[in-house]
Design a protein around this ligand. Structure first.
Ligand code: FAD
Ligand code: NAP
Length: 319
């Protein structure tokens, strides 16, 4: 039976940073980066975007893929073993933990003293007609990441959603857009009172309640309108917008540990505040899989570092 001291599941900034710290501490980590796991390439969500301008240390920016390739090379330089397989099943019920990859699902499990889960999350999408054509050509699921790009400057923009994220993203976008519409399917916002007040006070923001989206439209290259419907009056119209941001929630990739570790109501792994410790000793969580709020490359890398230090301490205590 193959046994590993520490296994990292995931291939984004959280996993790669954890791997860098562990390998520099001379604890050889085995990192399963996935093979299109959860529909995302190895390297994680950053591989689905273009320029990254807010990761410190790169004043001229770089592409998301370049950034994660550099992180991977840095982790490998110190001895991380990267395995391009998806972890299919994990058993946390006894020590050592057991897991199976998609290629050895029927075979002997691999055993491990500790696991760092860094499988990320994916933004929920609406699958509107036109969405595929204009994804990253006007449509995005991250205003903080993409809001500052030139195609959105001084242009009308729309955010779909009525929660805190939608309000926060809409407020953020008022810095760049000429006007920002907040498109809310119900007759009220779900966001906290303070957020609602901020949105209502902002003169650049207009809330369209009782409104659902029907189609993303454009010239074939860039988005220029969103077809919307008022569900009370049934009026359908095209709203001219050059940017459309989804803020309708995220889905954390936690299926492989379902019912084995505590999660919040959104399915995010619960960690002890200020650490990456979970309800299962020896099982750590880093990055977007445990973060419903910040969801940035730098915060994921930061918690990846924390997970490595937490795992190192755990392994030392085991000895
Ligand atoms: P992820 O990047 O989600 O990576 C998780 C990885 O784990 C994926 O490769 C997945 O395939 C793999 N995986 C999942 N399940 C398994 C499994 N069972 N076995 C093995 N592997 C598995 N942040 C910024 O700071 N700046 C930006 O400009 C920016 N732009 C963005 C643009 C877009 C379009 C998106 C979607 C996000 C953007 N972000 C940006 C957010 C940033 O990408 C995420 O916060 C960050 O990538 C999260 O890192 P992570 O390591 O937690 O997980
Ligand atoms: P959320 O609270 O789940 O809100 C999601 C919003 O998207 C809801 O308004 C929902 O509408 C809407 N929605 C879902 N599916 C939709 C669809 N198919 N079409 C149209 N609209 C749809 O998610 P979130 O805003 O990302 O917040 C997640 C958590 O993080 C919350 O606990 C939040 O408080 C927290 N958060 C806090 C802050 C902050 O405090 N600064 C910032 C961001 C997030 P309905 O209301 O109709 O269901």
């Amino acid at each position: 039976m193959v046994h590993q001291q520490v296994t990292i599941i995931g291939g984004g900034p959280a996993a790669l940073t954890a791997a860098l710290y562990l390998s520099r501490a001379e604890i050889k980590p085995f990192l399963y980066e996935g093979l299109l796991a959860n529909g995302i390439a190895a390297g994680g969500q950053l591989t689905t975007t273009t320029e990254i301008e807010n990761y410190p240390g790169f004043p001229d920016g770089l592409t998301g893929t370049e950034l994660v390739e550099k992180m991977k090379a840095q982790a490998e330089r110190f001895g991380t073993e990267v395995i391009t397989e998806t972890v299919a099943k994990v058993d946390l019920s006894s020590k050592p933990f057991k897991f199976w990859t998609e290629w050895n699902e029927d075979a002997e499990p691999i055993t491990t003293d500790s696991i760092i889960l860094a499988t990320g999350a994916s933004a929920k999408r609406l699958d509107l007609p036109g969405e595929e054509t204009y994804w990253q050509q006007g449509i995005s699921a991250c205003a903080v990441c993409d809001g500052a790009v030139p195609i959105f400057r001084n242009k009308p923009l729309a955010v779909i959603g009525g929660g805190d994220s939608a309000c926060e993203e809409a407020l953020f976008l008022t810095k760049y857009g000429s006007k920002v519409y907040l498109i809310v399917r119900k007759d009220h916002l779900r966001a906290s009172q303070i957020m609602q007040r901020r949105v209502e006070k902002n003169e650049k923001l207009e809330i369209l309640f009782d409104t659902v989206s029907l189609e993303a439209k454009g010239d074939g290259k860039l988005l220029n309108a969103l077809s919307i419907k008022n569900v009370k009056t049934n009026e359908v119209k095209d709203l001219p917008v050059n940017g459309l941001f989804y803020a309708i929630g995220h889905t954390p990739a936690t299926a492989i540990v379902a019912n084995q570790v505590d999660t919040d109501e959104g399915g995010y792994i619960k960690t002890v505040p200020g650490s990456t410790l979970t309800s299962v000793p020896g099982f750590f969580a880093a990055g977007d899989v445990q973060d419903s709020r910040y969801r940035q490359a730098i915060t994921s890398a930061g918690t990846g570092c924390m997970a490595a230090l937490d795992a190192e301490k755990y392994l030392a205590e085991l000895e």
